[in-house]
Design a protein around this ligand. Structure first.
Ligand code: GRF
Length: 203
């Protein structure tokens, strides 16, 4: 299966996916990494591994519609089976999301439906939860609300600040995302009544 990964920044989740593909743990080809920011550090990481990279700069577009149309063109030129959002920090139009319905996924750093949006670790600390984590989900028009594919939990411990908690969740993200993508690639995911079903592996 062919994957396109969209990033905006550091790209550590992207790297975990590239590493899983390179090691054979994830039977997929990363055909391109596309960023909305030329200066995203993750682009250099991808380039260094020989992955084709592209930039669709949101600042060059007057509207979300125009940016999303240019982004869709760049993605479709790669004919991906799956679009993987990995720290991609742009709100997408409904038209864009619907174009990739059932073949675009995101990782969010909280146990959804708790703490959608930004500053999830700050939200978790403020709420006093003892368990936090990350969620991989299909992307639907409502932000951070799509059908849940996989989740991983981490403890919140006394003395945690935002960065300590974020670091603990990030370790879980790096294990979870390649695993969830593998399920997609193996055609094991389906939607039943708006919820994800995971089929047993083929033997
Ligand atoms: C991750 O925590 C991801 O869950 C969130 O943004 C962060 C991106 O980090 N959406 P990276 O660019 O993958 O290192």
């Amino acid at each position: 299966k062919r994957l396109v990964i969209l990033i905006s920044g550091r790209g550590s989740n992207m790297l975990s996916i590239l590493d899983a593909a390179a090691s054979g743990a994830l039977p997929a080809e990363i055909v391109a990494v596309i960023s909305n920011r030329q200066e995203a550090p993750g682009l250099e990481t991808a380039r260094a591994r020989g992955i084709p990279v592209g930039v669709v700069d949101h600042r060059a577009h007057a509207s979300r519609e125009s940016f999303d149309a240019a982004l869709a063109e760049a993605i479709d030129a790669c004919s991906p089976d799956l679009v993987v959002l990995a720290g991609f920090m742009r709100i997408l139009t409904d038209a864009f999301v619907l174009r990739y319905a059932g073949r675009m996924i995101n990782i969010h750093p909280s146990l959804l439906p708790s703490f959608p949006g930004l500053h999830t670790h700050r939200q978790a600390l403020a709420a006093g939860v003892r368990v936090h984590g990350c969620t991989v989900h299909f992307v639907t028009p409502t932000l951070d609300h799509g059908p849940i594919i996989a989740q991983a939990a981490v403890p919140v411990v006394d003395g945690d600040d935002e960065s300590a908690l974020a670091a603990r969740v990030l370790v879980a993200e790096h294990a979870l995302y390649p695993q969830a993508i593998r399920w997609f690639v193996e055609d094991r995911l389906s939607l039943v009544d708006g919820c994800v079903r995971l089929a047993a592996p083929q033997r």
